[in-house]
Each structure stands twice: as C-alpha cells, then as structure tokens.
Design a protein around this ligand. Structure first.
Ligand code: 26V
Length: 812
C-alpha cells in the first residue's frame, strides 16, 4: 500500500460510513473510519492465522486471565501492521493529526494493574513471536473506575468505555456456549451404568464471546483475545421477565473488581471466575473435537495457562468435561488435566491468596465443588505414607471449610512459576515451600517482561529517533541490540541527543501538568516518578516522608544545594482500602502546601496525576529521570513499571525486591541506587520479632521531626488521615519497615541528587540503563513460556533473524 492509495481508501471509507468529507468529520468519525480500514485489512490475516494453526494441527496455548489491560489499540495496531509512518503522513496530508484521533479512543482498562498489563504485553509478544497463543477473559461492561480528586480525596466514577462501541471487537454469536450457575446436583447411574450428574434449578447463562485480533509485529500473525459477555439465552427468555431478574444476569460481566489485594469473598466474583473458566474451557474442547483427534491426545494440542489463581477452576472444569461429558475414567482425565494446565503465581501478599468458603462454592458451581472434593480426597490418599501428616494437612485443597485456590492450581498442573528470580525463590523457600517439598520439579521462574514496542516506539518517538540515528533500527525488532548503545557512552554528541530527547518528553509532560492542574514545573528539574497501585507495601509513604524532609530542610535553609525536583505520583487506591486513600489525601495536601510555598524558590513541586492508566503511563514514563521502586524487600513479586522506566532512561532508586534485583544485575551497582533492608533481613526481623518503630521514632531526631508533621498541623486538612498514618507507623509498629529504611533511602536520594549535578555522568548512567533493558522484552519471556511450559511452536519454518515467522504485509 502506498500513501496515495491510503488517502483514497480513507476518504472513500469515510464517505461510505458517514457520508461526509474529511473537513466535516469529527475526530471520533475519523477514528472510526481509520479503525474500520485497519480491521478490514487484518481480518484476512486473522482468518488465515486461524486456518494455518488448524491445518498444521499446531498445539495452541490459551492464557486464562480475569484481567487484560491493553490501553489504547489504535497506534499499537498501526505499528504492528507496519502502517504507522505511512498513515501518519497520509493523514497529515489530509490535514488530520493522528494523535487527535488516538485521543478519542477510550483506554481498554479491564485490569487493575501489573497482572492485567502483563497479560496484554504477553498477548502482543505471543503474536509478535508468531506463536499460536490466545487470551481468554471477561468483557466487563465497566472497566477499572475513573479516579478523580475532590477536595484532595479520591472519588471513583464508572468507566463507561463501551459507550461509543468498540471497533476492535467482533461479537461471535455462533461461538456462544451455555454456562450453568447455581442449583443442585446429584449423581446417578444412566442406562449404561455410567455415573452422571443430574442438575436441578440454577441458571443457564449464555456466554457470548467477543474476539479481538492480536496483531503481531510486522509478521502477519493475528491471534485472538476472546472475552466473554453474559446474555440471557433465547430458551430462557421466559424466566427472566422482570428487570430485577434480568439485572441479576447482566451483573455477572458488568464490573471489574477494583481491589487487587484483598479478597472480598463475594459471590458475584466467584461467579465471574466460573463463568469465564467454563465458557473458555468449553470452547476449547469444542474446537478440539472438530480436529477429530483422540481425546487422549488433547495434551499434545492444548495448553491452558492459569494466570494467578482466579482461573484455577480450569482444573476442575476440564475434569468435569472429560469425565462427565467425554466419559473418560478419572485417572486418565487427571493425567491429561495436569499435562494441559500450568499456573503462575503473582503475589506473595497473604491477603491476596484466594480462598472460597465451601458453601459459597457449592452454591455457585456445585458440580465443580464435588470434583474439587474428589481431587482433594485423592491427593490426601496419594500423599499418605509418602509425606507426613502435617504437611498433607497444610497442602490439601480443602481446609477449615475453605477451598484454597492456589493449592488447586498447583496440584492440578505440571508447572508453577514465579515472576522474578527472587520471587520464584521465595515461593520455593517460604510461601509455597510445602508444595516445593512435594513437587520440586514443577517449580520454575519466568521473569516478567514488557512489550518493548509500546514503551519505546509508541510512547517515546524522540528516544526512538536517537536510537535509530545512533545504532540503526535493528533494536526495533531485536531489543537485545539496544546493547549497541554501550559503544557510545563516551560520545558527547549521543549523550547530548539523549538529553534533548528527555527534555522534549519532559516539556510535553510539563504542558500536560500545566493544562490539567495549573501547576508550572521546571523542565530542568529532576522528574522523580512513582507510578503503580497504591499499597502500603509499595511504600508511597516512604517517598512522601522524604519529600517532607526535603521541604523542612529547605524551610530551614532556602539556599540548600539541591537540584530542583518534581515529584510525580500516579496511583489508584482500591475503593475500600481506607488506609491507601488516606495516603492519597495526605500526599495531595502536602503537594498543595509545597506547591503554594513561594519561600522555597520552586525547588520542590509535587504532582499527583489523576486517573493513572496505561495512556497516562505512556506520557509519564518517557519524561522520567528517576524511577521509584521502593517496596519492602520480599513484597513486590516483580514489578514491571521498573522495566518500562529503565528502558526510557530513568535511573532507578530501588530496594532489592522483585525484578529490581535483576535490573541491578543488568546495569551494575554504579548505575542504580540500591538501598534498604534485604529480603533476608526482613525475614530475620519476622523471626526475631525485634523491630520497634517507636524506638526509632524516639531516638532518631530527623525521623521524629518528619513523622510529627503528620499530626502537628504542619500539613493542613489531614487531621484524621495524618493521625491514621502516624498510628500505623508508631502505634502499630510500621508493618512495612518504612522508618527502618528511611535514612538509607535518604542517602540513596542524596546520591541521585549528586549524580544529577554531574550532567555527563548522569547521561551515561541513563544510557547504560537503556542499553541494558533489552533483556526485559516480553518477547523473551513468552518464548520461555512457549519452550519450557506450553511446548508450542510457530507455524512456519522459515524464520527471520529474531526467530520470528514472516507473512505478507497488510493490504487495503
Ligand atoms: C487479586 C485480587 C484479589 C481480590 C479481588 C480482585 C483481585 C484482583 C487482582 C488480584 C491479583 C493482583 C496480583 C498482581 O497484580 N500482582 C502483580 O503482578 C505483576 C505481574 O506479575 C507483578 O509485576 C507485581 O509485582 C505484582 O504485584
């Protein structure tokens, strides 16, 4: 396709769809037009990809995740189709700015944070590596709430992302399946003497899939992300006459649960889990049956991945279909199930480990509960005599009237992995140690990764240009080539270009801040960024206390030789997480105090950006100088914003937690500011029970002075919240060792301050961070899942230098 052809097709499509010309159309109409050109262009490849997999009888992987967080898709699809430059230019010749169209697209925010964003990075990479892998999840009518600040408090508004339709999805009525929720079940022998379930009552819901094409990076592959939506099945229309009854059904796929740490134990949430698990597994089996292969070989054609425990019922649902419907014996079905399933753990926070009461599970999916009971019974039987009684009691699935979902996932699969080296080691040694004793070979590590293309080529064109000029453009396909940049660490011209690119990105963010918040920030200040969900363990509070300290220091001595800094926060708190919301309020009030204080000569600014989401991340990350990765060691499974910020040249201040450890290994100690307790020191405190925050508060004058501002009126309007946070630190012994790490954190911050003053050294550090970020490409990560866990391969044998298959490019 050339530019002229594109412009013609675009104008023609606009006329067909809206009967108007370019000058009359709104950005939304232009966006719809461009989107429809794109989807028609890739739909053939989508169909072809599907056919190829089927004809080659390829093993396919299915990534089951209750969250996907793709953000906007317009530019990412353009980039992956190889159309981005041409379309940008073509539109510009028509007098249209592509960015104005991109603005119109709502973020697809069907996820809370790291877990869902990782799933979407994986979808991009799986397609980009030409691998046969698909997503399976829920099409929530409302995505993650929109965050607004009112009087400096977080308030939540619904995210009505589907209001103007969603042009990337295709409703596939013909692929709908029925899911049974609730009712009773009892077993009886049928006329052939086979034990069969008899169902009574409950609801039969129609699960309708909406498929979205996952376009691989310039390789012609288009995989599928299948999201399920509930409908009332035509046969059941009669039963759901009243508005209340219909609402009860529609509620099922209505909202994404916004709490990513505390298990609320809600029946609706469990129903959501069973709904997308059952729909997904049924549709996989339906596909498999069309292949006409013996059911005993299903493990050679299908891999199902359980992303965190939310889809753990895959194990029991797969058993149900094999045993009840395919009439396989238990043992055979069980072996197949274990070979098909694999599981990733994403958190070590105990509160987030899912457990469901037996009663609730019986009431949502009684047959699944029976099957889990049987799995549990056989597990205990099999382990008795092999392992000691206590170990078996601790690892069995059903304990104290609760079903432990992680136990189900581990016992019912062949692979359990963590998401960074340290995290995977902690799973083996602490969190899942009992299981490691039983199944050592099942445990493995797959360090997370990020879709490099989105986080450089799309988010940071300024940096991308510098890279192209300096090291050529091979890094665009092969992120490990970023290493070539190391050859230029002494090249002042290159360092200067990097500096200019960063400044350009900072100016863009500064404009945004000025426009939205009326706060003027100095683009030559250090942009210090902490962006992630608000959680006590992530310690936004530690960052805040350091800001307060700097402020107090400046008040005392306005001539203090510190580089001007802009502290930037982006974070949503779960609506029910009182403490996290108090932290937001206190950061906002501190920001107002500091930003209005003219006596500190604009040396400090604090900006808390509302409604942190993927699109905002794309604005903030390229502009960051400093990346805050300051969770208490052992608590952050991996983190992925750490990788995105590093890739964009930010210098990391970090504890040795999650993937920070691997980032340190990649860049070396001189290029990262490490501080704080190590994981083993944290565990020693737990063991010896000898931590006393009150003692630190009493004896450390600096800490005393800083912490006291929470309750002494220094910061206005935080009467209750300041006290709450003060109490968490002093009265309740500071669960996340904020005070213990404070001094060390301040020194790390001071070393960053120093380094920034030596411009050249700073730019070199930044360059080394970019150059070493290639290893965190999610292309690598998914390749390891493909090789070690799923055993899937690309369809075509001819490969390019990345090992990626090539197809034709997209035609209009
Ligand atoms: C848990 C719950 C429990 C209550 C109901 C709603 C809900 C939703 C999500 C979750 C799981 C959150 C787990 C999570 O996001 N973990 C993050 O995973 C990232 C990708 O592996 C990793 O980088 C982060 O360190 C980890 O916190």
């Amino acid at each position: 396709m050339n530019k002229t052809e594109f412009k013609q097709s675009f104008s023609r499509r606009l006329a067909e769809k809206f009967a108007m010309g370019v000058t009359d159309a709104s950005p939304n109409e232009l966006y719809q037009t461009l989107g429809s050109l794109m989807t028609s262009a890739y739909s053939q490849n989508w169909q072809q990809t599907w056919k190829d997999y089927r004809e080659a009888e390829q093993k396919q992987a299915y990534y089951f995740s209750i969250e996907f967080l793709p953000g906007k898709m317009l530019k990412s699809n353009l980039l992956n189709m190889g159309w981005l430059d041409l379309v940008t230019e073509g539109l510009s010749e028509l007098g249209i700015n592509l960015d104005d169209l991109a603005e119109v697209e709502p973020d697809m925010a069907l996820g809370n944070g790291g877990l869902g964003r990782l799933a979407s990075c994986f979808m991009d990479s799986i397609a980009s590596m030409g691998l046969p892998g698909n997503g399976n999840g829920i099409r929530y009518k409302y995505g993650l709430f929109k965050q607004r600040f009112v009087d400096n408090y977080q308030v939540e508004l619904p995210d009505e992302w589907l209001q103007n339709g969603n042009l990337w999805e295709v409703r596939k009525e013909s692929k709908a399946v029925d899911v049974r929720i609730g009712g009773d079940v009892y077993m009886s022998h049928d006329e052939f003497g086979i034990l069969k379930p008899n169902y009574h009552g409950g609801m039969i819901l129609r699960a309708v899939p909406y498929d979205t094409g996952m376009v691989g990076y310039q390789n012609g592959t288009v995989n599928t992300m299948r999201l399920w939506s509930v409908e009332i099945s035509p046969e059941e229309e009669e039963r759901y006459r009243s508005i209340e009854d219909r609402r009860a059904v529609e509620d099922l796929t209505s909202v994404l649960y916004p709490d990513d740490s505390n298990e609320a134990g809600r029946k609706l949430r469990l129903s959501q889990e069973y709904f997308f698990v059952s729909a997904g597994v049924q549709s996989i089996l339906r596909y498999y049956k069309q292949l006409n292969k013996p059911i005993d070989d299903i493990n050679q054609y299908i891999a199902i991945h359980i992303n965190d425990t939310h889809p753990a019922m895959c194990v029991a649902e797969f058993m149900r279909l094999l045993v009840d419907e395919q009439e396989l014996g238990w043992e055979r079905a069980w072996n197949l199930t274990q070979e098909v399933m694999s599981y990733t753990n994403h958190t070590i926070m105990a509160e987030a480990l899912e457990k469901w009461s037996i009663n609730m599970m019986k009431s949502v999916c009684p047959r699944i509960y029976q099957i889990i009971e049987e799995i549990d019974r056989r597990f205990v039987e099999e382990m008795t005599g092999v392992h000691d009684f206590d170990l078996i009691q601790r690892t069995r699935i059903i304990q104290n009237n609760q079903v432990h979902m992680a136990h189900l996932a581990i016992i019912g699969s062949h692979s359990t992995n963590g998401v960074a080296k340290l995290h995977s080691d902690l799973l083996k040694s602490v969190v899942l140690h009992d299981f490691y004793l039983i199944y050592p070979a099942r445990f493995n590590n797959k360090t997370n990764g990020i879709a490099m293309r989105r986080w450089t080529q799309l988010a940071n064109p300024a940096l991308s240009k510098v890279l192209d000029k300096t090291i050529g453009n091979s890094w665009r396909k092969k992120p490990s080539d970023l290493r070539l940049l190391l050859n230029y660490e002494e090249d002042d011209q290159v360092l200067d270009m990097l500096d200019q690119a960063k400044l350009e990105n900072k100016a863009r963010l500064a404009n945004y801040i000025q426009e939205h918040y009326g706060i003027k920030v100095n683009t030559h200040a250090i942009f210090d960024v902490q962006i992630k969900r608000l959680h006590a363990y992530k310690r936004q509070l530690l960052n805040l206390l350091h800001i307060i300290k700097l402020y107090l220091d400046l008040k005392e001595n306005p001539e203090l030789p510190i580089e001007p800094r802009v502290f930037i926060f982006g974070a949503k708190a779960a609506p029910s997480y009182h403490y996290a919301k108090s932290i937001i309020k206190v950061i906002n009030e501190t920001a107002r105090l500091i930003n209005q204080d003219t006596t500190i000569n604009d040396k400090l600014k604090v900006v808390f950006l509302e409604n942190y989401n993927v699109s905002l991340a794309e604005r903030i990350i390229p502009a960051a100088d400093v990346s805050e990765q300051i969770s208490l060691a052992s608590k952050e499974a991996s983190g992925t914003s750490n990788m995105k910020l590093m890739l964009n040249g930010a210098v990391t201040i970090a504890t040795l937690d999650g993937a920070n450890v691997e980032i340190r290994d990649a860049v070396g100690d001189e290029n990262i500011a490490i501080f704080g307790l190590t994981e083993s020191e944290v565990y020693q405190y737990y063991e010896n029970k000898n931590y006393s925050s009150a003692e630190i508060y009493r004896e450390n004058a600096v800490i005393h002075k800083v912490v006291k501002t929470l309750i002494d009126g220094t910061i206005p309007n935080i009467f209750a919240e300041g006290q709450e946070i003060f109490d968490s630190l002093i009265k309740y012994n500071d669960e996340f060792f904020v005070l213990r790490d404070f001094e060390d954190y301040c020194s790390a911050q001071e070393s960053v301050n120093q380094a920034y003053q030596e411009k050249r050294r700073w730019l070199q550090i930044s360059l080394r961070n970019i150059a070493n970020a290639g290893r965190f490409s999610s292309d690598n990560t998914v390749q390891r899942y493909a090789d070690d866990i799923w055993q899937i391969e690309p369809v075509f044998a001819h490969e390019d230098d990345r090992g990626v298959t090539q197809h034709d490019s997209y035609l209009l």
